[in-house]
Write a protein that binds this ligand. Structure first.
Ligand code: 5GP
Length: 236
């Protein structure tokens, strides 16, 4: 597979065209950003860890019937993916209150939610990823119709129903996570982006220790060791 020109550079990945018009290569970067890019750093090896974690999770989800853009892991930092048109809605799934939910609504940090909450954020750095309701999504033409919004919610819940017990068995509490979806060449909505400690919160079930990007957001250090531990638990 030939890696051709850069088509997009995001905060955590670069996307390249390939010699196949239906496939792209996602290159995972070592860059870390938080607070909408206001805090930045680099952690050597972070990209490779996220590539390996995402690969294992996309493969596991595929076995359970969840289609994603994942095709193959090419090497430590490069993932071959189906080309998709990304839907500019970040689908946020929450099992436990923390982060912006606790901050915005005053729900105590660590409170287990009575049911899994699915929210939408606008994938728009210039606006700081604001919250969206269904009508906002329609007015902004981020989605074709309300049925597709229900489809996003249903797919996100399905992913959570698989990942939550999977991580529980590995001693990790899946607190919340962000998913992105895209349309493949046939217009079908499939899971895209990555699933890693950059966009999930994992708390160790025994100690409560944070095993995700909150270590960077909160200046705790030990990010790489935590990501390595998440990968080890996935692989063992
Ligand atoms: P919160 O809204 O509490 O900041 O984030 C909720 C969950 O979604 C967390 O797991 C967080 O990592 C993820 N998340 C929300 N927005 C983004 C984003 O713009 N980028 C990434 N990588 N993750 C996000």
């Amino acid at each position: 597979m030939e890696k051709r020109e850069l088509i997009y550079e995001g905060k955590a990945k670069r996307l390249f065209n390939t010699d196949d018009a239906t496939l792209v290569i996602a290159e995972f970067k070592d860059d870390l950003t938080a607070f909408n890019g206001a805090k930045k750093d680099t952690e050597a090896g972070k990209g490779a860890l996220n590539n390996k974690i995402s690969t294992a999770l996309f493969q596991m989800l595929a076995e359970k019937g969840i289609e994603s853009h994942f095709v193959a892991m090419l090497d430590d930092t490069n993932m071959l993916c189906k080309k998709v048109d990304i839907i500019m809605i970040e689908v946020i799934v929450r099992n436990v209150a923390t982060g912006s939910l606790s901050k915005n609504l005053g729900i105590p940090d660590g409170k287990v939610l009575p049911f899994t909450l699915v929210e939408f954020d606008y994938k728009n750095d210039a606006l700081g990823d604001p919250k969206l309701n269904d009508q906002h999504c329609m007015i902004l033409e981020l989605i074709k119709n309300e049925a597709e919004l229900d489809q996003l919610r249903a797919m996100a819940r399905q992913v959570n129903d698989i990942l939550r017990p999977y991580f529980h068995a590995k001693g990790l509490n899946l607190v919340d996570f962000k998913l992105e979806f895209g349309r493949d060449v046939n217009g079908k909505i499939i899971l895209a982006d990555e699933i890693s400690p950059d966009n999930c919160r994992f708390w160790d079930l025994a100690t409560g220790e944070k095993m995700d990007k909150d270590r960077f957001r909160q200046g705790m250090g030990g990010l790489k060791v935590a990501y390595e531990e998440v990968l080890n638990r996935i692989l063992n």
